[in-house]
Design a protein. Structure first.
Length: 216
């Protein structure tokens, strides 16, 4: 956690209580965004007074930035675990697709919060947190694509940086399609109301789409 986002008193309460505050805050911010979220509601649902809340955090903006940091670190850990394996590009892509399907369902509020960040007038610190993980993803995807391009396993005219950007956009869109209302309805319009019962088909078809773009 970014230590400059909370006061020392926040660390003096139990880990269970800290986690409760974070989970309630994530839920509130993911539903309402920074501007409309109510810190009094967060305090009440967390079982603490508003006075205690402001003894832990200087402002609602700091609490929001901390939840964003937590969301980004959680999403990043999913990617890090996949990248530890020395697999080829398509196997890595398949693992990411399957992780997105699982993570987006089991961590709906975190994914919705990440989506909220794309439409917020974000603070400089929040942008810094998001940029950090985006830079890591961009560098990682680009390096993998450059590697397989040198090995002549993908088309020679592929621009690694742009292909990494396009690939990440597919992943982000898929992630939101399993957790965010607008994207869920959009997914059903294109693929049918039962698409959320067809994870294997989604994985297979998306892999075919990516292979068509990447392979010679």
């Amino acid at each position: 956690m970014k230590q400059n986002l909370y006061n020392d008193s926040f660390l003096k309460i139990s880990e269970e209580k800290r986690n409760k505050i974070l989970q309630v805050a994530i839920s509130e911010f993911s539903e309402h965004g920074l501007e409309s979220a109510n810190i009094n509601v967060i305090a009440k649902k967390s079982g603490i007074s508003i006075g205690s809340m402001y003894s832990y955090f200087k402002s609602k903006e700091d609490l929001y930035s901390l939840t964003v940091c937590h969301a980004v670190e959680t999403l990043k850990s999913v990617l890090d675990n996949i990248m530890k394996e020395d697999d080829d590009l398509l196997i890595i892509i398949e693992k990411i697709i399957r992780a997105i399907q699982h993570h987006s369902r089991t961590n709906i509020s975190l994914t919705k919060l990440y989506n909220q960040m794309t439409v917020e007038n974000r603070t400089e610190l929040t942008f810094e947190i998001v940029s950090e993980v985006e830079n890591i993803s961009a560098a990682l995807y680009t390096s993998i694509i450059e590697k397989v391009k040198k090995e002549k396993l993908i088309r020679s005219d592929a621009d690694p940086k742009l292909f990494a950007f396009f690939l990440d956009n597919l992943f982000v869109s898929l992630q939101f399609s399993y957790s965010c209302s607008y994207y869920i309805e959009r997914f059903k319009i294109y693929a049918g109301d039962d698409i959320f019962d067809k994870d294997e088909e989604v994985t297979t078809q998306l892999l075919k789409f990516i292979k068509g773009a990447f392979l010679i």
